[in-house]
Ligand binder design. Structure first.
Ligand SMILES: C[S@@+](CC[C@H](N)C(=O)[O-])C[C@H]1O[C@@H](n2cnc3c(N)ncnc32)[C@H](O)[C@@H]1O
Length: 196
């Protein structure tokens, strides 16, 4: 999978990595920053998603679509599709550009709006990447976990970098008998939950 990143996809990934690196040092306001996962986390997400059971994939928090591109790489191999939710119009526009430039419209569906308005209408979920504002993590978790199919995965970003604010979710997941859960020290820390 990683040996065959299509040229257009790799080019857009590199562009977004450069913008993200600049954002982190030049004082760009939060609403305009990419705030994307590092490449190592992107690879990790792709590996995990490719190992999920068959079914629908979702992402909560698209930004400009960087993590979505890694998931798209895995989705092509797994025969899956990803629905990704983004609430900010400027980010929706950027993500649209990313997906057009990278040529991933066959596996990615971009939904504009608050993911919480759409999650209750979803069917079974095989894989979910949660990477929105940390204040809504628990609410999203409670909406996603009942919909995860057996063996399905929910991965939440920033489990270590935002340890204090994500702590209630981590404690909830570790005690939740519906899932097996673990925090993995990759990138900014990933909480992995697998539906039993
Ligand atoms: C950390 S960034 C996502 C980065 C992206 N996953 C990546 O790695 O390329 C978080 C994004 O979640 C979006 N967001 C926050 N709350 C949301 C919600 N309730 N529904 C959908 N998107 C949301 C923000 O606007 C922001 O663009």
């Amino acid at each position: 999978m990683f040996h065959t990143i299509p040229e257009a996809m790799g080019q857009r990934m590199a562009e977004l990595e450069a913008i993200d690196a600049r954002d982190r040092v030049d004082g760009t306001p939060k609403a305009r920053r990419m705030r994307q996962v590092p490449p190592e986390t992107g690879r990790f997400l792709a590996l995990m998603a490719a190992s999920a059971p068959a079914g629908d994939w979702i992402e909560i928090g698209t930004s400009a679509g960087y993590s979505t591109l890694w998931l798209a790489l895995a989705a092509r191999e797994a025969g899956a599709t990803i629905t990704t939710f983004e609430v900010l119009p400027n980010k929706v526009a950027l993500a649209g550009e990313t997906f057009a430039q990278a040529g991933v419209s066959d596996v990615v569906r971009l939904v504009a709006g608050d993911a919480r308005d759409h999650l209750p209408a979803l069917g079974e979920i095989a894989f979910c990447f949660l990477d929105a504002e940390k204040e809504i993590y628990e609410e999203c978790y409670e909406l996603v976990v009942p919909r995860l199919r057996p063996g399905g995965l929910l991965i939440a970003d920033n489990a270590i970098s935002h340890g204090e604010i994500v702590k209630p979710l981590i404690e909830r997941a570790l005690a939740d008998r519906r899932v097996d859960a673990l925090v993995v020290p990759i990138g900014r820390g990933e909480l992995i939950c697998r539906k039993v």
